[in-house]
Design a protein around this ligand. Sequence first.
Ligand SMILES: [Zn+2]
Length: 443
Amino acid sequence: METNLKRDISSTELETDNNSKKLATIDDFDDEYFQLQENKRTKRNQKNTVHSEIYLDTINRNLLDFDFEKVCSVNLQTQNIYSCLVCGKYFQGRGPKSHAYYHSLHQDHHVFINLTDLHVYVLPDDYLVEEKSLNDIKNVLNPTFTEEDIKNIEESYKNVKNFSQISFSYDLTKKSYIPGYIGLNNVKANDYINEISSASKKKFIMLKQNDPIEFLSWFLNSLHTSLVQGPKKGKTSIIHDLFRGELKIESQHIVDSTSNSAPQTTDNENTENKKLFDLTKEVQVKVSPFMFLTLDLPPPPLFLDDLDKNMIPQVDLTTLLKKYNGETEQEVEGVIKRYKITKLPKYLILNVKRFIKAFKLPVTKNPTIVNFDLTLDMSEYGGGIYDLVANASHEGKSEGNYKVQLKLGLIWIQIQDLIVEEILKEMICLTETYIQVWQLREN
Ligand SMILES: [Zn+2]
């Protein structure tokens, strides 16, 4: 009784490895107690094998889901969290006053995994279990892939001609999934999105639909930034190597647009009646890197609801790309600009500007249909042939929802939330495309 009391006073609720060392020093005051603990430990180690075999049978893989945010189900803390492998619930700590410890006593659940270091313990006895049969759980909790693994996956996808040829993987509940093509539950996958939310300083939060191009742009830049820190500081990253191209931007301020002898153009005629650069005046030239190219749609018809669906304007992707041919001129707030692609990346990201965000007005969507093929000839821009490998599309009005289509071998996979299914490649071109990723074809 007396030793128990002392133990209570000297122990903290959270017992990390560091803390256990500290505890031992405090406990040194009572040699008798310390010796008692030592004896217990030795005894436990002798019984380990027998114990683990009994307890490991109680693990219920069907109840394990590590996609939840790692939060103690009792005190909502996020540090030092264990998952009960019997019921799947999360608890903080494993020391004698911790929630995991209480859970083991009250619910008779005894196997816990530390969600950070993946060590498995039997509680309340508190001994470490090292069993290869637990590796499937550890692998789901913290999937890791070697370069070799990735190569093998890529290789196995290469010649896939139909869905059934895909080599599926299986989760803990024996449900099949395709590595690299995993749906995310809109609400439940908040572990992943919470990471994003805190990493992005709350720029991207759950339950609020965000613009995927803003997210992609932030994501690629963040990846780049974290990759160039450390030993490779200041150098380029794989992100820049793959996605970054270069533009030459020429711009000139319009001093007095009415002095031009040509009649004033209206917005609709803009594209046909070019406002030429005034070569007698200064033209500013700068070279600017890009991670994606924005494509402007022609303005939508004003009263779309009254129009027949057939009247929705259509435009070719190749027409939209002419913005970057170094000749098309556009006026933005009193400045004429010309863009010319001077370097194309291996992966070209295009963003069709569908959403119009006017100050204090609700976001509206431009429904213009963009016609495109699954291959894109960029030779006019100093590049080669590109193949579409990913397409994100938007359905519905400005709210609506996003779907993504990804190439897998010779077929296409569509992902919407948790639904992962094959889609005919002919269907890709009919989607209201929003973001496209094109891969330069190797010769
Ligand atoms: Zn439990």
